[in-house]
Ligand binder design. Structure first.
Ligand SMILES: NC(=O)c1ccc[n+]([C@@H]2O[C@H](COP(=O)([O-])OP(=O)(O)OC[C@H]3O[C@@H](n4cnc5c(N)ncnc54)[C@H](OP(=O)(O)O)[C@@H]3O)[C@@H](O)[C@H]2O)c1
Length: 281
């Protein structure tokens, strides 16, 4: 797809390890941001129905002149659409908004264990249909805790290809990431730079200065070396470029250990806890 190395998912499909996230990009700014990212070389875009910019992601891709199969596109099932028929309608809405006949990856955005009688399993079984009919090349989940993944393993057929979770130096989400590694589920790290909160860290700053890199590049490189998939968001052209320049340097074991030691456990979490999050829109 591009110069960015790809990882192989558990269903055999390839995913570029570095992508571009579009959460909180206004619809009117999205097509331009996506086109700039694609011009720089990104070949993986992470959107969601919830972000209200799927249409503009499709427009940005079409404006880039790249073919549909040159770019990996992920979208996600919105929280109000967990019931099987609602999920089928929502997926059709996603494809229609994007203007494509398939996505590369489709995720359940949140497990919502306190809603819908705690039944995210029948929702997952509907995603299995989308994979079987080819409209989602791969399927996965987001914000699933280990107990949610264990339930899917016990009650359904397809193992999720990815679990997209909050993960950054201050919240390393180790138990969930380790479960993924053990079970062949790739970990995608959302808010990889904690929306900017980790960039003023003195240890990260010292590593960046030593290597002649920016703090954002150091943190994103740390994710890459851990094997996580990342898609930092930015609407700032220089940052979109900066965040792409990760493959011409490496962090040594000491620098990796230093960043590993910044984990604050639950205190470092910025977003909602998946067990309690119950917003169905
Ligand atoms: N599954 C989920 O529940 C979930 C939740 C959250 C996010 N996500 C996904 O993960 C993606 C990334 O997460 P995120 O958007 O929350 O946060 P993020 O990528 O960690 O951080 C984005 C913020 O950092 C700034 N920034 C970006 N690059 C920078 C750089 N090089 N130097 C300084 N500041 C920089 C951006 O500012 P500017 O834009 O102003 O440049 C923006 O404010 C999302 O876009 C979305 O695709 C998924």
């Amino acid at each position: 797809m591009s110069d960015v190395p790809s990882l192989q998912l558990n269903d055999g499909n390839q995913i570029p390890q570095l992508g571009f996230g579009v959460f909180q990009i206004e619809p009117e700014d999205t097509a331009e941001a996506v086109t700039s990212a694609l011009e720089i070389g990104y070949r993986h875009i992470d959107t969601a129905e919830m972000y209200e910019n799927e249409r503009e992601v499709g427009e940005g891709l079409r404006a880039s002149g790249l073919g549909r199969d040159e770019v990996f596109i992920t979208s996600k099932l919105n929280n109000g659409a967990h019931r099987p028929d609602a999920a089928r309608r929502a997926f059709e809405g996603t494809l229609s908004a994007l203007g494509f006949d398939h996505v590369d990856l489709f995720l359940i955005h949140w497990p919502l264990p306190t809603l819908y009688d705690g039944d995210y399993v029948s929702t997952w079984q509907v995603l299995e249909e989308f994979k079987a009919d080819g409209r989602a090349r791969s399927i996965g989940v987001s914000n699933f805790q280990t107990e949610h993944l264990e339930r899917l393993a016990a009650e359904s057929e397809v193992v999720p290809a990815v679990n997209q979770i909050e993960l950054h130096p201050y919240f390393q989400n180790r138990e969930v990431a380790a479960y993924g590694e053990e079970h062949g589920i790739a970990t995608e790290a959302w808010s990889p730079i904690a929306q900017g909160d980790v960039l003023d860290d003195t240890d990260i700053g010292a590593i960046a200065e030593k290597l002649g890199r920016t703090p954002a590049q150091v943190v994103l490189r740390w994710h890459i070396q851990h094997g996580y998939i990342v898609f930092p968001k930015s609407v700032t052209p220089e940052r979109i470029r900066e965040n792409f320049e990760l493959y011409d340097f490496e962090l040594g074991a000491d620098d990796m250990n230093t960043i590993d030691s910044l984990d604050r456990g639950e205190d470092g979490r910025r977003g909602p806890h998946p067990e309690q999050f119950a917003y169905a829109g």
